[in-house]
Every structure is written in C-alpha cells, then in structure tokens.
Design a protein around this ligand. Sequence first.
Ligand SMILES: [Zn+2]
Length: 189
Amino acid sequence: MSGEKDLGNIEGLRRLIRLLAVSSGIDEALADDLFDLLLSVDPKKGISDEEVEALKGYKQADVRKVFRIFYDLRLASYRKGKQPETGSTRYYWYLDPKNLDASLLRRKKLVLEKLKMRLAYEKSNEFYVCPKDGSRYTFDYAFEYEFTCPKCGSMLIPDNNGPYVKVLEERVKKLEEEIKQDEAKLYSH
Ligand SMILES: [Zn+2]
C-alpha cells in the first residue's frame, strides 16, 4: 500500500466524520481536531477524555460525544484503566489502524446504497418546480395542489431532472469503481 493511498482513505474518513458530526449537531471543527489528535496517539496507550480536556480545553462531555461517533464508525476503540491518583475508572481511546480501511469501505457502500435509492426515485418520478422559490414536488404532490406552489401560490412548471439523473449515475458509477478497487486492495493480502 502506498502512503498516498492511505492518506486518501484518511481524507475520505474525515469527510464522513464531518458529515456525521453535522448530522449529530456536533461542531465539525471539533470532530476534525479530535480525529487528528487520535491519529497522533499511540494505540497501545490511548488517551482519556480527561487528558484531552487538559490538552485541548474541550469539555469532556463534547469529547465523549465525538469519540462516540468514532466508536460507531468502528474507527476507535477504548480500554478501561485506572486514573493513577484517584483510582477511578478511565477510558483510554485509540484509533485502530487496521480498521481504518475497512471502515471507509463499509461507509462507502452505505453511501452507494443511498445514491442508488435517490437515482431510482428520480427515475421513477416526474417532478414540478416553483419558478419563484425553487421548491420541488413530485407529480402526485403537484397534482394534489393543482400545480400551484403550496408555499407561494405560483404556477408550477415541469422540472427536467435529466441532468441531475446524469450526475447521480456518474457518481454511482465512480463510487462503484472505487469500491471495487478498495476491495481488491483490502482482500489481496
Ligand atoms: Zn413557490
């Protein structure tokens, strides 16, 4: 594996982490920064949320939320340990490097499914659009409102989704190729 490829995967993961952070209402810059931090942590040692707070000044609760995202993506694991002075339980987080490639592949497959579903939806429906505010409706919905925009009352016009369908098809094709290459790489050794 070339170093460049690894970096490509890291950037792919970073995009997914940002998306998940946004969808969970977490600051994406925080998620990004903690991902970088974990990349630099020795997996054998790990780092506790308390140590992250001391190091970076982030609130432990926020740090735990982000680590939870990494955990859900199966990027990060933790081991339990004792805080040296107080003896209380601490969780030491680390990134599992061999999981990074497999995780990205898994996420790519999920994104591919979403793209395919969207493509099928676009191909099996007719759409109407409001020329004033750009709102978009399916034929059935537009029909129900007698082809006037429910928001502003303008007459709806047919929306040609051909270009959008084409973009979706291209994305699907590209991602499928990427997945094929990733699989070849992952399972070749
Ligand atoms: Zn409208």
